[in-house]
Design a protein around this ligand. Sequence first.
Ligand SMILES: Cc1cc2nc3c(=O)[nH]c(=O)nc-3n(C[C@H](O)[C@H](O)[C@H](O)COP(=O)(O)O)c2cc1C
Length: 295
Amino acid sequence: MLDLNGIKVKNRIWLAAGAGGYGEGWPHQKPFIKLGLIDFSAFGAIITRTLTPESRQGNYIDPFEFENATLVSHLCRIFSEERKRVLRKVLGGWINNVGWWNVGINYWIEKIYPWLHDVAIIPNIGGFTIYHYVDSIRKLNHLDIVGIEINISCPNIEHPLSKDPAELMKLFTFCRESSDYPFIVKLGIDSDYVQIARLAEYCGFNAVSAINAIPALGGGYSGSAIKPIALKVVADLKKAVKIPVIGGGGIASLKDCQEFFEVGADAVALGSGFLLKPWEPTRIAKKYEKVKDQK
Ligand SMILES: Cc1cc2nc3c(=O)[nH]c(=O)nc-3n(C[C@H](O)[C@H](O)[C@H](O)COP(=O)(O)O)c2cc1C
């Protein structure tokens, strides 16, 4: 077991928020899970989609979210215009505009979390006020989770707190006081990420993660094109703080993971790598098991 400043995980290959749904996989991943081609237990940690205190439709109106999805509903999702507006393939990657569409923290705790077995879960929490974050964190307090990721960098959301250092300081302090779990703050490039990382470290956060999708026309840009930018951010953060840095952005192979480790990432989080080849992240995690720990 690795101990990354209190974050106890079995390896350094993680899934970024959104990549594995709420920890149980997106509907289109389910057949691959059944076939054993996706194995969430192979990853050091699975970070969930962002959870907010109340359920949110975000930018996606999905009538099947709270129902037992059927084959017909899956086909509707795959071919609907709505879906294309939320997730689009573009040169070098993807534009997503999910906008915190999620079932809400209570639903996740009651209906999804109890079914998650053999996976190391890190819920990712979002909110518009400090109270939103603290409220969700308190609800998570009795669960068996690895840590909590605080999202202040979604490119599809106007974050009222993230631009003001005094508000961030309050947010981090209240989060820290609300729970003994390890905390990670997720950073994006449209903010002073070095300053925010230093603030988080000062407030007792255990790690920082970077990068979130990059703000672009129509949503957040992710995938292989953003890797060089993400590598620079990880290198900058590594120089700025002593707490672990979880790196990610455009990872599609074990070689990509190793590039992040070389610039100082303590663990990596894979995101869009799941979209075209759902089996690839599991293959990467398993290959890594064989060559580990070269760090
Ligand atoms: C479809 C999709 C959904 C995502 N959902 C979330 C989310 O709910 N919360 C979050 O913090 N990041 C979310 N992200 C961002 C990823 O976690 C990751 O930070 C970003 O996509 C960069 O990594 P990548 O290039 O490997 O995808 C999402 C990304 C995609 C493509």
